[in-house]
Design a protein around this ligand. Sequence first.
Ligand SMILES: NC(=O)c1ccc[n+]([C@@H]2O[C@H](COP(=O)([O-])OP(=O)(O)OC[C@H]3O[C@@H](n4cnc5c(N)ncnc54)[C@H](OP(=O)(O)O)[C@@H]3O)[C@@H](O)[C@H]2O)c1
Length: 258
Amino acid sequence: MDLGIKGRKAIVCASSRGLGRACALALAEAGVDIVINGRDEAQLAKTESDARAFGVNVSVVMADVSTPEGQQALFAACPEPDILVNNNGGPPFKDFREIDREAMLAGVTMNMVTPMELIRACVDGMGERGFGRIVNITSSSVVSPIAGLDLSSGARAGLTSFLAGVSRTVAPTGVTINQIMPGAFDTDRLRGGFQFASKRTGKSPEELAEARAKSIPAQRFGQPEEFGAACAFLCSAHAGYITGQNLLIDGGAVNKAF
Ligand SMILES: NC(=O)c1ccc[n+]([C@@H]2O[C@H](COP(=O)([O-])OP(=O)(O)OC[C@H]3O[C@@H](n4cnc5c(N)ncnc54)[C@H](OP(=O)(O)O)[C@@H]3O)[C@@H](O)[C@H]2O)c1
């Protein structure tokens, strides 16, 4: 399917690895010029080279997206984005009793305030130009809690509610705002969780990964490319009537009807 966004410009935050990278590559494949972002030079260089293979312009912003300087650098690289994909690292697994005030504020900054700031900075420009697509990577834990990820879930739920109103406010301008809620996708973050759990349980990371995959109705983890394709569709010309939605991609793991 031609996504109808060739020549558009996108900022894809936290996109040197994992789900962000997959979104960046799927947009590049659709002919979108992209800004990629991360804090590791080598990872960024690899993703830059893979994206350039699609013949699009690729800019690299090595910066912490949660900082004002990082955000300024992203908009300096692409002052008038048509597409914004909000992504970031997530707070580490932690018992909620161990999360002090500083950690709470850092988690909320990462997963709620940062996307709010980035959206505020570009949404009106998109509206004036009559086209905008904003996709926020949240988590299935927003609807189905995971112990140890409470801060991540709470901050992302806050973002989701904040944007539920904003998406309707800007809908007349041709800008859509949606969330994708990943379940278990095979990325460094997911694998890191098994390493962490291995130390607590004494089971090997491989054993834990296998058990987790088997617990999912699809009996496997999602592949980042599957996630990227869904993101690119939500950014496409065909998705202009989809806004304020939360797309759960989890192989059926969250057991619910609606
Ligand atoms: N994978 C899953 O199963 C899953 C499930 C639910 C939710 N999620 C959420 O989805 C998001 C992406 O997950 P993932 O699995 O793709 O993670 P990942 O494999 O760890 O990749 C994270 C990416 O974000 C970049 N990054 C992290 N912190 C950054 C910062 N402050 N500024 C700029 N870039 C930053 C990393 O690059 P550098 O480290 O080089 O900066 C990397 O490119 C996370 O918020 C995660 O909590 C993932």
